[in-house]
Design a protein around this ligand. Sequence first.
Ligand SMILES: [Fe+2]
Length: 207
Amino acid sequence: MNTDKFWFLNLPDPSKSILEDLLIQSHTIEELESDRLWVDTLHRGELDIAAHNYGKYGTTISDDLVYRINNLYSNFFGVEVKSVLGKIKNVVGRSSITPPHCDRMRHVAINYVIDTGGPDVYTCIYNESRTNPDMTSAENIYHKDVTLDFKIKIPANKWHCYNVQQYHSVENVTDTRLIFSLFLANNPTWQQFQKTYKHLQILDKSG
Ligand SMILES: [Fe+2]
């Protein structure tokens, strides 16, 4: 693991009631096949593409839950915290991938994996970063046009963060991966985040 590029965070786990409500909400998340097929075409049919829904189509968390989550986490960051669910699902019957992309709207992912989506799911971080500064949409790239920096099997139930304006992918999803994310109202860049929230980093090598 590269500790300049990926941190585990010293934050409390979501409470049992928050987790239960997130799970209930996760069942409303849709998978839009047209999105998946668009990505499949970009990669020339060379990959088994997972259904991927992050921040769209039913992933918005209810106002009540947003309020409870903000109460739990905003003090750690000193800003308002919003939250979203993400789902990556194998719908092709084979180990599948969310291929390299840079996220829309956020510089840093602050994530908590609720379900890993399989025993050997890896998050891969590449050397390349976003080229189009307009962050209202994600940026995608043909998978052979990026070079791997490092990969990590992120365990369930551990807060972590990394720069999602570096290209990243999630591979070897055999089931359904469910991720809970915090969004900071000030949307710091990775460099700003590292400076401001250094005290939240878990330095223990075991993570
Ligand atoms: Fe992403």
